[in-house]
Ligand binder design. Structure first.
Ligand code: ADP
Length: 447
């Protein structure tokens, strides 16, 4: 087991990882920018190292500074959290070259899954169902037309290097295709420095369902069920659930089994998420994330397993603490991402939180790094906390969520809490009847 882990992140996830390390009796080092000197994870860590000024590229993305912080403090492993360097293959390689363990998969696995064309090709080879589309990159309009005619309109053009929901263009008919192809390529080139794009069938009313997987480091793979993250705004997840209201146990075990086998065949090590669009009973792979996800607590709630403990165990060579047959799904969990944003316009609302009171009681978990008097720096994303609620079934979970949202107080800044108070009373949400476009339509109606 590791002696000392350096946490290369900030906010709620840095605290989340720190808690897991403390439980396992592992010393903690956190790195932080000058803007985060007062952050909770900095206060609670055994050691902290200031690695630079506020902009992420000078601090949380500064590989040299982070490696130096490992050397100075004698950390033997790094947990990257999510975002920042968590899917940076070069970072994983550099740590390996310094004999520091990256708590995550190998640089090569990160690279394969980070290139969407390569990821899709790999998924297909491993027997994972994919969205029908071009075999690889498409550059010529003629080729694009041929593929689109074959799979049928509408189609979506996506950047191979894309991420964060950027670099995608929909063509409803052949008349839109040329412009869509050109704009997608130009945007991809400008945003990602790589103008490779590919074509897929555009699914019109899918749900976003993702499977949590783990490779144990010894060639075995398991799955921890799925999460439904269909409630999105601008391709950003807002509300996540486990299990999906749309799947039954048989479908869960079928898709979970396919994913677990693929992970084993790949020789993957650590946590990963295989993301699908789900429509008319069929799953279509869109991408794999080679890290811990923001929404992992809903999986923890229904399985009772600490996924960060498992990540640390696997990375240290100790394997998983559970086998597939030990992983049971109990009840239902929902996570609300609470952002420091206006609940309708979503403009960021940084500032000082004058009062912060979190709900409690059975089945309630709040993961947050903020406190009363905390000043939210304007440099980073606006997530200030996550409310995770567990109940014996979805109905109980929703009742408890409504109560917890009523108890939650964040004064001094705007937050997205009022949006969740509206959603929890909505009939479609109560019925679990929504697809990936539901939330944007709801917001556009201004109800
Ligand atoms: P990113 O890495 O940028 O998040 P993804 O491939 O995960 O890109 O897609 C993000 C979102 O874009 C999906 O959750 C879905 O809402 C939409 N999307 C992607 N591919 C398709 C498709 N083939 N049909 C319909 N919507 C899609």
């Amino acid at each position: 087991m590791f002696q000392k882990i350096l946490i290369a992140n900030r906010g709620e996830i840095a605290l989340r990882v720190l808690r897991a390390c403390k439980e396992l009796g592992i010393q903690t080092v956190v790195v932080h920018s000058t803007a985060d000197a007062d952050a909770m994870h900095v206060r609670l860590a055994d050691e902290s190292v200031c690695i630079g000024p506020p902009p992420s590229r000078d601090s949380y993305l500064n590989i040299h500074q982070i490696v130096a912080a490992c050397e100075i403090t004698g950390a033997d492993a790094v947990h990257p959290g999510y975002g920042f360097l968590s899917e940076n293959a070069k970072f994983a390689d550099i740590l390996a070259a310094h004999n520091i363990t990256f708590i995550g998969p190998t640089g090569d696995h990160i690279r394969v899954m980070g290139d969407k064309i390569e990821a899709k090709r790999t998924a297909k080879r491993l027997g994972i169902p994919v969205v029908p589309g071009s075999d690889g990159a498409v550059t010529e309009e003629k080729e694009a037309k041929r593929v689109a005619a074959e799979i049928g309109y509408p189609v979506i053009i996506k950047a191979s290097a894309g991420g964060g929901g950027r670099g995608m263009k929909v063509a409803l008919t052949e008349a839109d295709l040329e412009v869509a192809l050109q704009t997608a390529r130009t945007e991809a080139g400008a945003a990602f420095g790589d103008d490779a794009v590919y074509i897929e069938k555009y699914l019109q009313k899918p749900r976003h369902i993702e499977v949590q997987v783990f490779g144990d480091g010894f060639g075995r793979g398991v799955h921890f069920g799925e999460r439904d993250c269909s409630l999105q705004r601008r391709h950003q997840k807002v509300w996540e659930e486990a299990n999906s209201p749309a799947l039954n146990a048989e479908e869960r075990s079928r898709i979970g089994g396919i994913c677990a086998k693929a992970i084993a065949d790949l020789g993957y090590s650590g946590a990963g998420t295989i993301e699908f669009l789900y429509e008319n009973g069929e799953f279509y792979f869109i991408e794999m994330n080679t890290r811990l996800q923001v929404e992992h607590p809903v999986t923890e709630a229904i399985t009772g397993i600490d996924l960060v403990h498992e990540q640390i165990r696997v990375a240290s060579g100790g394997g998983l603490s559970v086998k597939q047959e030990d992983i049971k799904f109990n009840g239902h969990a929902i996570e609300c991402r609470i952002n420091a944003e206006d609940p309708r316009t979503f403009t960021p609302s940084p500032g000082t939180i004058s009062h912060f009171h979190t709900p409690g009681g059975l089945g309630i978990r709040v993961d947050s790094g903020v406190y009363s008097g905390y000043k939210i720096p304007p440099y980073y994303d606006s997530l200030i906390g996550k409310l995770i609620v567990h109940g014996r079934n979805r109905v109980e979970c929703m009742m408890r969520l409504r109560r917890a949202l009523d108890e939650f107080v964040v004064d001094g800044i705007k937050t997205t809490l009022p949006l969740f108070r509206d959603l929890v009373g909505n009939a479609d949400i109560a019925n679990g009847d929504y697809d990936i476009h539901w939330l944007e339509k709801y917001l556009a109606k201004g109800e």
